[in-house]
Design a protein around this ligand. Sequence first.
Ligand SMILES: *Cc1c(COP(=O)(O)O)cnc(C)c1O
Length: 373
Amino acid sequence: MSMPRGVMREATIDVGAIEDNVRQLRRLIGVEVIAVVKADGYGHGAARSAAAALAGGATRLGVADVTEALALRRAGIDAPILAWLHAPGASFGEAVERGVELGISHLDQLNAAATAATADRPAVLHLKLETGLGRNGIAPDDWALVCAEAARLERLGKVRVIGAFSHLSNTSADDDRAAVRAFEAGLGVAASAGLAPRLRHIAATHAAIGLPESRLNCVRLGIGMYGLSPFADRSSADLGLRPAMTLRAAVAAVRRVPAEHGVSYGYVHRTDRETTLALVPLGYADGVPRQASAAGPVRINGRTYPVAGRIAMDQFVVDMGDAPVAIGDEAVLFGDPTLGAPSATDWADAAGTINYEIVTRIGPRVPRRQVNG
Ligand SMILES: *Cc1c(COP(=O)(O)O)cnc(C)c1O
């Protein structure tokens, strides 16, 4: 199969898959969904992923930082957006003005949010409790005090606490259960302080699917909405999900070489027979991990081959034996395995990482083309 003429490399993004995945997960999980579109929608494009997730039934978006939230506003997205990771000393004027909800991890952030409020616009907040992950969040020892202060600021009309949240480690069901219990205790403390956060969320995709008691009344879904599985032992198809990103390139050169021919830097691959080499114009500058050299799978003309030798900055080689291949033929690195493509998880395994990193690091040199399958 050949690539469209003139296209060297591209990532197609199936927004229909994202919409279906969110709909499917919402049905399974049964509570409100915050669609997580940080890091440019895990490489899929933040605005298009957000729009597809909202169409699939998500009611709110989640990003790491306010800059990402404001970019979504500029792209015309007016759904609620929560941002939870802030620069030290950040001020939140523009966030409050643009209706960006803030995750609050300590008293200084609470005060900065209150300072950014205007007479007719309180800062809208989700208080984050640290429950064992060791990242951000209000320390358990400070929780009662911060809740009391938030309640006071709420009575003054400066803030509105609409959510409380935390984040799980996915270490084991027992570890996650302990964190859920710590969070529920924190909710009790918040209620005693006079807060009534409507949204209570602790689960991301892994726990939302695997630990029903963590669902509370809201979950934050990232990897699952893009159609990838966070489980080592369950595939996308097992979860009823369709991977949204397909990474592919047009074979850029074809060369017939004899046995003992070196391939790519360092000659870590040498041909063991007369064979055909196909050049694929994607490299580590595009986010194809160099760690997957001599291992990452590539689908060309109905067969899957490992990368031959080292992945370079812009390109790598596939050793195809006597299989037919022509310049312009499609080389698929990953996509939907039910259609024969390798998966992002296969690449993650080849590189010693996780599928999250594979899709998120696909670089800006790879054009994204939106499709709706
Ligand atoms: C990234 C992130 C998520 C989404 O996690 P997935 O495993 O991709 O579902 C949820 N919550 C927080 C705080 C995150 O940083």
